[in-house]
Ligand binder design. Sequence first.
Ligand code: UGA
Length: 447
Amino acid sequence: MFDKCFHVAYRYNPRGIPRKQNMVNIAVIGAGYVGLTTGACLSYVGHNVTIADLNASRIAGLQKGEIPFVEPLLSEIVADGLRSERLTFVTGAINACKDAKFHFLCLPTPPDDDGSTDLSFFQTAVDEISEALQPNSIIINKSTVPVGTAKIINEQINRRDISIVSNPEFLAEGNAVNDFLSPSRIVIGAETREDARRVEELYSNIDAPVLLTGWESAELIKHTANAFLAMKLTFVNEIATLCEKTGADIQDVAKGIGYDPRIGASYLNPGPGWGGSCFPKDSSSLVHVARKVGFDFTLLEHTIQLNKKHVERTAGKVLNLLSKEKNSPKVAAWGLTFKAGTDDLRSSPAIEVLSHLIAEGIKICAYDPTVTGTIEQIPEVSIETDPYASVEDADVLVVLTEWEEFNELEMGKVANMMKSPSLVDTRNLFDREEMESVGFTYCGMGL
Ligand code: UGA
C-alpha cells in the first residue's frame, strides 16, 4: 500500500511514437468523447484496443471511421487504428473485455439534482463485466468521479485478483488528441505500486511527467484541477468587471499578471462565463463531496454563483444597448457552443445568455459554424447557416464564442446590414478601433 505517498518521475522516450514491443490488449468501455479519444490514441501508440458502447448505431458508424462529434485529428487517429487493425469497435462491454487485461471505464458521470454525481453507468458496467474479466486484470477509471469511487468499485467487483486504478483524463475538447499524446502529466492512482507500474507501462511511448498516487489523491486531483481553473476564470471575469469600472484594460492586466510564473498566462481570457460538460458539473460535484464529509466549500460555492451572475451581467450588456429600441428589438448571436472548436452545447454560457434575452421578449437569430437546426433549450432562436444572414436588421450583434473564422468576416458589410450596428464582443475577439471605424458601437469584456 502507498495510499498517501507519491512521487514524480520524468520520462523521456527518444524512440518516439509508436513503439510496438509493449503492445497489450486493452478494452475501453464507452465510445463517448473520452473513451473514443483514449482508445484511438492508445491504439495509435501501439496497443490493440477494442472500444465498446451500448449504442449500436454509433459503433456501426465508428467501424466505418465516422466520428460522432467535432474533434480535430480524431478521425485521422481512428482511421489509422482501423487501417492497422489495432482498433476495433464492438457493441456491448462484455465483447470488449474477454481478451483484455486492461479495462478503461470511460462512462458518463451525469450530475444528480443536488449536484452529486450519478455513478449508475459505472455500477451497471462493472456488474456486466465483473464475471468475464481475466484473472489479474486491471479496471482503470478514466472518467471524472468523486473521491471514493475507486473504493466503491473495488468493493462492488469483490474479486481479489482484479485491481482498480484511477487514471483521470485531462482532455480539453478541441485539443483532446494533443492532450492525450502530449499530456501535461499522467496521474495514476493505485492501491499497490505494482498496479501503478503496470498502468504506467501502457504510456511508455508518451513523454510526460508521471505522478503515482493513491486512489483518493488521483480522484481529487481531477476535480481540483477543473475547480481551480473555474475559480481562476471567475476571478478574471470579476477583475474584467472591475476594469470596466476603473478604466483599466483586462487584456493588459491579464498579460501583466500572466508573466508571473506563480500565476501563469493561460485561462486568463474573460468571457461570457465558463461552461461545458465538465467545469459546471465537476465544481458542483466537489462542493457536494465536501459537504458530505462535513466541510463547507464556500469558496467554490461562491465561484459557481458568481459565474451565474457573470452570465446575467453579460446578457445585461446586450439589454443595455437595446434599451432605447422600443420596437421589437432583434439580436444576432454568433457562437452557441460552450467555446470555439467544438459542437458541444452542454452547459453553454452562450445558451444561458440567450435564455436571459428570450425572457425579456427579444427576438434572436443565431449563427454557429457547427450548429444547425433547432436548439432544444432555446427553440425560439432561429439558426442561420450564413453569418451575414443572421445579422440582417439586427440591433445588436453578440459574439459568444471565439471562432477565428468570425475574424475573417467583412465587419463593414455586417454593420451595414444591421438596423443599428452595436457589437457586444464577449470574447474580445475584435479590435475596438477597427469596429468603431466601420460604424459599430463596441462593447467588449473588461475594456
Ligand atoms: C476542461 C479542462 O480544461 C480539461 O483539462 C478537462 O480534462 C476537461 O474539462 C474534462 O474534465 O473533461 P473543456 O471542458 O473542454 O476542458 O473546456 P475548457 O477549454 O477548459 O474551457 C472551459 C470553459 O472555460 C469554456 O466555457 C471556455 O470558454 C472557458 N474559458 C477558458 C474562458 O472563458 N477563458 C479562458 O481563458 C479559457
